[in-house]
Design a protein around this ligand. Structure first.
Ligand code: HEM
Length: 162
């Protein structure tokens, strides 16, 4: 195995594969609440960068739904963290925020999208990823769209599978 770049040590709790233990909850004022499962994979190749994929599925049919992949960087010597993300919906984003212990709080700094992205368009994203004392990983995502203020869209917990 390639040795972990020391810059990534504060984020090493993310590394590996995670699977939702029970279905996550999807909500938003404009949609019918839904349930989903999700697999996360965080890896590295020795660079000061984490590579990640998030793959979500319909809780009942197992049909693939939302997918994200990208990179995580930390500004060396600080607690400033950046996520560089591409989503299968046609959205790309840069999120930045702070790492406090095993708690990451991020906000979108820039969003881009394909010219034929579905409406309403996302205008802002907030994300919290944290390793809980019970060893589970928890993710909460909020978003603002053209017609809704920043409101929670996703909440899910994962257990480490490798
Ligand atoms: C709906 C964005 C992640 C499942 C939506 C809508 C937006 C959106 C803008 C439409 C809201 C409206 O009509 O007012 C995002 C963003 C995500 C994300 C930015 C990640 C940062 C996910 C994930 C799932 C998911 C992980 C899991 C399956 C859905 C479903 C709907 C929805 C089922 C309602 C039906 C539909 O419009 O397709 N999302 N989403 N989303 N999202 Fe997400």
């Amino acid at each position: 195995a390639v040795e972990l770049n020391p810059v990534l040590k504060p984020l090493s709790w993310l590394l590996g594969t995670w699977e939702s233990d029970e279905p996550g909850e999807g909500t938003f004022p404009t949609i019918k609440p839904f349930r989903y499962t999700e697999k996360l994979h965080f890896s590295h190749v020795g660079q000061p960068v984490i590579n990640f994929t998030f793959n979500a599925f319909h809780a009942e049919s197992n049909k693939p739904l939302h997918r994200e992949c990208g990179f995580i960087r930390i500004q060396p010597g600080t607690n400033k963290v950046a996520f560089i993300i591409a989503q299968n919906s046609g959205l790309v984003e840069v999120e930045e925020g702070e790492l406090t212990g095993n708690h990451l709080k991020l906000q979108s700094q820039s969003l881009g999208r394909i010219s034929f992205a579905k409406e309403p368009h996302v205008q802002q994203i907030g994300r919290v990823l944290q390793l809980r004392p019970d060893g589970k990983l928890e993710q909460t995502v909020s978003m603002a769209t053209d017609n809704q203020p920043l409101t929670q869209h996703l909440h899910i917990t994962y257990t480490r599978s490798s």
